[in-house]
Design a protein around this ligand. Structure first.
Ligand SMILES: NC(=O)c1ccc[n+]([C@@H]2O[C@H](COP(=O)([O-])OP(=O)(O)OC[C@H]3O[C@@H](n4cnc5c(N)ncnc54)[C@H](O)[C@@H]3O)[C@@H](O)[C@H]2O)c1
Length: 434
């Protein structure tokens, strides 16, 4: 089939490339000319393992077309996937749907032919109904809108696309389930579940899933605080709880506040949907509050470890919100690093995905190109992101400071091993060694 992905960001690009790999011809459309230029050179503008290879493979045989030409992309495509961003509005917790509205208006203006718009972007309950109204006003009666929320995770996006737990399709017109089943059939053949519901139902499933996962993370993070006060290892609690199949062990790893491009904005989005429909979602509200507070807990802990931060050398290992992605959106480091810089700390950071624009303007904050340079003269090393290359660092080798301190936000190292090596070691929900 011929498909068009409007928006070639983390979702649109990965799903577009994967649909092409399944044998479809895919028009990847974006307004951002720079992105399209990079893609046309055969490279990926984002860091996602395995993506470069798939782009090259499918671009070279003509199954992928990267373009800024909306009219061409729409006229050639039977299915149009909306994959544009849906960030939180600046002045409220409401979802900014302007990119979605604009994309749909542009489609309507470019064609009078029969088309199906499929919303992959995460949109609040009722957005499909609003899009119907927009299309009606533009007299685009030939265009229908259905919902197909995306559940892929950055860093594992290709695997998640190919082996999804479920594919959710929401439509109030049953005929479209057939169309969607056809496009996803290769994945269904490998065991993915195909779940159909109303359009509003599909919209809510996405928010409910993300809010539930954010709740699980926040729950274990709060318990980690309790473990630190009671000398219990949070790892034991997570394992003991998670072995109960009713609970499940995933998303029970204590760490920094949850971040990234989805959980922070989607929890807020769900609360604002609740408000719109006069439903008080108290659990989700508490999760948002607890997660915000968590960022402060970490900086308070750092102040306690160092006494004063003034002129102290702090080395961050990793700054992205999780490993295997270059995405910085809502990463805890965005709160921690500026705060520590304000307190007078001298900060260096290393991340496998390179220097970040977000820190360029900060005083006393520099990017180092390798782990050793980054850590060699630090007073405190903060393990912020769980990249594989940090898991076997020999700290004594790369730092000669006899009073080196480590704050491990990901519990990557064994407390007793650190003790035996006489490294002052702090982690999450576990005993500290001073
Ligand atoms: N990032 C994830 O891990 C993830 C996972 C599941 C769902 N989602 C949801 O998917 C949606 C997209 O997220 P993302 O992270 O890929 O966003 P993104 O910001 O990486 O990409 C959005 C792209 O859309 C382009 N764009 C905006 N308006 C356009 C228009 N009218 N025409 C053409 N291009 C346009 C932008 O230039 C940008 O490249 C969001 O709703 C998000 O919540 C994201």
């Amino acid at each position: 089939m011929n498909l068009c992905m409007i928006g070639t960001g983390y979702v649109g690009l990965v799903s577009g490339v994967c649909f092409a790999d399944l044998g479809n011809k895919v028009y990847c459309l974006d307004k951002n000319k720079e992105k399209i230029k990079i893609l046309k050179s055969g490279k990926s503008p984002i860091y996602e393992p395995g993506l470069d290879e798939l782009i090259k493979k499918n671009y070279s045989v003509g199954r992928l077309i990267f373009t800024t030409d909306l009219n061409k992309a729409i006229s050639k495509s039977e299915l149009i996937f909306i994959c544009v961003g849906t960030p939180t509005k600046k002045k409220s917790q409401n979802v900014d749907l302007s990119f979605v509205y604009n994309a749909v208006k542009e489609v309507a203006k470019s064609t009078k032919k029969r088309k199906l718009i499929i919303t992959k972007s995460t949109v609040p309950v009722g957005t499909g109904d609003e899009l119907d109204q927009i299309l009606k006003k533009l007299k685009s009666n030939n265009i229908d809108v259905i919902s197909n929320p995306e559940f892929l995770r950055e860093g594992e996006a290709i695997r998640d696309f190919r082996f999804p737990d479920r594919i959710v399709v929401g439509s109030d017109k049953k005929k479209y389930f057939k169309v969607m089943k056809k496009i996803y059939q290769p994945l269904l053949n490998k065991g993915a579940k195909f779940f159909t519901t109303s359009r509003r139902g599909a919209e809510l499933i996405k928010y409910a899933s993300n809010a539930f996962l954010a709740t699980k993370i926040t729950f274990i993070n709060e318990l980690a605080n309790l473990c630190e006060q009671t000398n219990i290892d949070i790892g034991d609690i997570a394992l003991g709880m998670g072995s109960d199949t009713r609970i499940g062990g995933r998303f029970l790893r204590a760490g920094p506040a949850y971040g990234g491009s989805c959980f922070p904005k989607d929890t807020k989005g769900l609360v604002s949907t609740g408000n719109k429909f006069k439903t008080d979602l108290t659990i989700v509200k508490s999760v948002i509050k607890s997660n915000e507070n968590r960022k402060k807990i970490h900086t308070q802990k750092i102040k306690k470890i160092l006494g004063s931060c003034k002129n102290k050398k702090i080395a961050f290992l990793g700054v992205t919100f999780k490993p295997n992605t270059d995405d910085m959106r809502d990463s805890t480091s965005l709160k921690m690093i500026p705060h520590l810089s304000k307190l007078g700390a001298k900060i260096k950071y290393y991340d496998p995905t390179g220097e970040k624009n977000e820190f360029k303007h900060l005083k006393n904050c520099i990017f180092e190109k390798n782990i050793k340079e980054n850590c060699k003269d630090a007073d405190l090393i903060i393990l912020h992101t769980e990249w594989d290359e940090f898991k076997s660092i020999d700290f004594k080798k790369i730092n000669k400071n006899k009073r080196l301190k480590i704050f491990d936000l990901r519990n990557l190292f064994n407390v007793n091993e650190m003790k035996s090596r006489k490294i002052e070691y702090y982690s999450i929900g576990r005993q500290s060694f001073k």
